[in-house]
Design a protein around this ligand. Structure first.
Ligand code: GAR
Length: 221
């Protein structure tokens, strides 16, 4: 018999291209009972992604769809969408998935895709965010979780984690400190979504019924 307090778990796919440290944070929080997700599938566009091993170690089904096997971005995205639909996925978590998604894909899953970006958006969309923050002499840096829209790294922001940049910081140290922040803020955003506190409507994010004009901001050190 199911316990009366059992919560419905949001059926989730996590998409990766590399190490999967964010994936690992999700796996741990789910295992600890802090995050009501059913991680039903991990998809990578690279067969050598270390995150695939992390998923397998947690007995999560994995799938590799190599973009190199498709003639166009649209063809790859259609194959990916078909797999996600076949697995009845409700929420898509981009966790270091280094592919730009087509408009058709984003529209198909509108309001159900989240991304984590290693910068305090709207600063530094795109690549090399840590080097750009250092070059600019920024005093603060961090990471942002947002809903995915057709605009690259431009969808409505949900939560940002800030750190103070230290004089001795390098690209490597910033990357490591920012990822530690991501491992906290990204599962938090997903938990809000799974608990139906967070939603997406007409290009905007709502938390507890309030429009998020600015993301929730958490400071870390
Ligand atoms: C994360 O730091 C994430 O912010 C970044 O890739 C890393 C993946 O790490 N994403 C992007 O740059 C997307 N534009 P992980 O594989 O260890 O989770």
């Amino acid at each position: 018999m199911k316990p009366a307090t059992e919560v419905r778990r949001c059926r989730t796919a996590i998409l990766i291209s590399g190490s999967g440290s964010n994936l690992q944070a999700f796996i741990k929080q789910v295992a600890d009972g802090r995050l009501p997700l059913d991680i039903a599938l991990v998809v990578s566009n690279r067969s050598d992604a270390y995150g695939l091993l992390r998923a397998a170690a947690a007995s999560i089904p994995t799938l590799v769809i190599s973009h190199r096997d498709f003639a166009s971005r649209d063809a790859f995205d259609m194959a990916l969408a078909a797999e996600l639909d076949a697995a009845a996925i409700e929420l898509i978590i981009l966790a270091g998935f280094m592919r730009i998604l087509s408009a058709a894909f984003v529209q198909h899953f509108a309001g159900r895709i989240m991304n984590v970006h290693p910068a305090l958006l709207p600063l530094y969309p795109g690549l090399d965010t840590h080097a750009r923050a250092l070059d600019a002499g920024d005093r603060q840096h961090g990471s942002t979780v947002h809903f995915v829209t057709e605009e690259l790294d431009g969808g409505p922001r949900i939560i940002a984690g800030r750190i103070a940049v230290r004089r001795e910081d390098t690209v490597a140290s910033l990357k490591s400190r920012v990822q530690a922040v991501e491992h906290q803020i990204y599962p938090q955003a997903a938990a809000w979504y799974a608990e139906q506190r967070l939603s997406y409507r007409n290009g905007e994010a709502l938390l507890d019924g309030q429009l998020l004009n600015e993301p929730v901001v958490r400071d870390f050190d």
